[in-house]
Design a protein around this ligand. Structure first.
Ligand SMILES: C[S@@+](CC[C@H](N)C(=O)[O-])C[C@H]1O[C@@H](n2cnc3c(N)ncnc32)[C@H](O)[C@@H]1O
Length: 285
């Protein structure tokens, strides 16, 4: 007897993870790929069967792919930059990694990580209800100690993280790869306040400093797909332009790396033409 395929999230922020999986699947197919994520295609196929079903399914999936195309270059190089940062942190001896809003990330499977590294993936329960059965059915084996933390970052995620074996007394490498931007400003700051409390000296946290124009076509279309009917004015979200200052005032030493310098060696048309946009690397003092 075959088990029913897990349902992909058809609305809500958890659905955005599928868009990034589409991007990683496309990248993995290229001969000049920046990384290889074999599970991405598995997730995409299952999502397509689920989202693409029903009367408006095919049209919805086509809009979804068209949107992924618009985000492709920037998002794909940023996956590689985060991979490189993770490997550098591990090389420097960091014993645990926490991925906030991990989505369909499979770094615990696809990167050459040490077996004793603890990787905590935090995301909403509906996301893991889709992801975990697919990984299990594919008999995928994590190369390190992977911990699934089904929790809402607007709630007591720190309690759930500790209950999964997280140790606040050793350094952590924290990853925000596109989740804080989905939280209201005060919620995003609360998340960083909490992770600051959980960060032993030497912990690292990367923060994007981008001027994402939330009114531009691709962001409007993204909101329509994720929250149909929610076309109204938006409140401030994410950490905002004062992120570096906030971190500096809360015990982090920050350095800024211009995006254009980071992407130059990757030989992709992803430069933004501004020295002000880039990534803040914060190290806990
Ligand atoms: C754009 S996706 C990025 C996923 C992943 N980091 C990647 O790069 O593939 C944003 C992710 O944040 C998760 N997310 C959004 N709001 C969340 C919340 N309040 N608590 C936990 N996860 C959340 C979504 O479910 C989704 O998986």
């Amino acid at each position: 007897m075959t088990e029913a395929a897990p349902r992909a999230p058809r609305a809500g922020v958890a659905m955005t993870a599928i868009g990034v999986a589409v991007i990683r699947a496309w990248e993995s197919r290229r001969p000049d790929r920046l990384y290889d994520d074999p599970a991405a295609q598995l997730f995409v196929d299952a999502a397509r069967r689920s989202i693409g079903a029903g009367p408006d399914g095919e049209e919805r999936w086509a809009r979804f792919e068209a949107l992924a195309e618009q985000f492709y270059e920037g998002r794909s190089v940023s996956v590689r930059l985060v991979d490189d940062d993770v490997l550098a942190a591990v090389e420097a001896g960091c014993p645990q990694l926490v991925i906030l809003g991990a989505g369909l990330d499979t770094r615990a499977y696809r990167l050459p990580l040490p077996g004793e590294l603890d990787v905590f993936e935090i995301d909403l329960p509906e996301l893991f209800a889709f992801k975990e059965p697919l990984l299990a059915a594919a008999d995928a084996r994590a190369v390190c100690a992977r911990h699934v933390v089904a929790a809402d970052l607007r709630g007591d995620w720190a309690g759930a993280l500790r209950a999964s074996g997280f140790r606040a007394e050793v350094p952590t490498h924290w990853i925000d790869e596109g989740v804080l931007g989905y939280l209201r400003r005060e919620e995003a700051i609360r998340v960083v306040d909490t992770l600051t409390d959980l960060s032993a000296p030497g912990s690292r946290f990367g923060v994007a400093q981008f001027d994402t124009d939330q009114h531009s076509g691709r962001y409007t279309e993204l909101r329509r797909l994720v929250r149909p009917g929610a076309d109204g004015p938006r409140e401030p979200s994410g950490l905002g332009p004062a992120a570096g200052q906030w971190l500096g005032e809360h015990g982090w030493r920050t350095t800024f790396r211009a995006w254009d310098d980071l992407v130059a060696p990757l030989d992709r048309p992803a430069a933004l033409g501004s020295r002000d946009l880039g990534l803040i690397l914060a190290v806990r003092q």
